[in-house]
Design a protein around this ligand. Structure first.
Ligand SMILES: [Cu+2]
Length: 267
């Protein structure tokens, strides 16, 4: 009975947190249950990057400057350059052992762009040098100004079957996502609240956006243990794991490269 009550109150806390967070750019579904199986028969989750508002308009003083492009990057996995590996911690911030594959199966290339031209007319997935999907971008659009802000915009994507391995003692794995809502295609030196909203972890990359509206306020995607794969009793209460992309990966993957040419940030 006590356990049930705790679970219920945790659910409420998560719901409230994600609701209030919606004044910023976040994922529409920030917590998903892991799949019982991997591959095509596994559980997939359709989702959206929710672009909540535009950039700062110095004339009106509102967050109403149209977003013309979006770039979204997920932490890469072990099937990539060693120099790109994310930071893995427990929920209290202390380092956790192992690598991404120890905490998540099926993560390589799991997040795929869903085609849509409702707002931004052109989008592409991003790949590392080995052909693993690491994120996506959309461009050639404009989020219309409405009232004191803009209309909200959705970038649809799907997370294919992922699961926390049986051998792991993780209860949940939270992936920190790096997102840029771009209002003007500037060089890095031109980044400010009027040109880009950076929803990234402050890990020392070119995209920290120090002093900006979204500084160190990234979106997250949490995978919980599949109900059919309970923790091994030897794990005790289990742990919550957090995976944060590296500065090296964000510097490599957050730029928008179209037809072999980097269009954002401008070189
Ligand atoms: Cu905001």
């Amino acid at each position: 009975m006590l356990k049930k009550l705790i679970v219920a109150s945790m659910g409420t806390a998560i719901a409230i947190a994600s609701q209030t967070a919606f004044s910023h750019t976040r994922l529409q579904v920030p917590v998903i249950e892991g799949s019982a199986t991997l591959g095509h028969a596994g559980k997939v989750n359709y989702n959206n990057v929710v672009v909540a508002h535009g950039c700062h308009d110095p004339v009106s003083g509102n967050s109403s400057a149209p977003v013309i492009a979006n770039s979204t990057v997920f932490p890469t996995s072990t099937a990539d350059d060693e120099a790109m590996q994310p930071t893995i911690t427990y929920s209290d911030g202390t380092p956790a052992p192992g690598n991404v594959d120890d905490y998540l199966e099926g993560w390589i290339g799991a997040n795929r762009l869903v085609v849509s031209s409702d707002v931004w007319k052109y989008g592409e997935e991003k790949f590392d040098a080995l052909g693993n999907r690491v994120g996506f971008y959309v461009k050639q659009g404009s989020l219309p100004t409405s009232g004191s802000g803009t209309l909200r915009g959705l970038v649809p994507f799907v997370t294919t079957a992922v699961r926390i391995p049986d051998a792991s003692c993780a209860k949940s794995v939270t992936l920190v996502v790096a997102i840029a809502d771009i209002c003007k295609m500037t060089p890095i030196s031109g980044f400010n609240d009027e040109t880009v909203q950076l929803w990234t972890p402050a890990v020392g990359s070119n995209f920290d956006g120090v002093g900006g509206h979204g500084y160190n306020s990234p979106a997250t995607l949490t995978i919980t243990r599949a109900a059919t794969a309970p923790l091994d009793p030897s794990c005790g209460a289990g742990s919550d794991i957090k995976i944060t992309p590296s500065a090296a990966q964000l510097n490599r993957d957050l730029p928008i490269v179209a037809k072999g040419k980097q269009v954002w940030p401008r070189p």
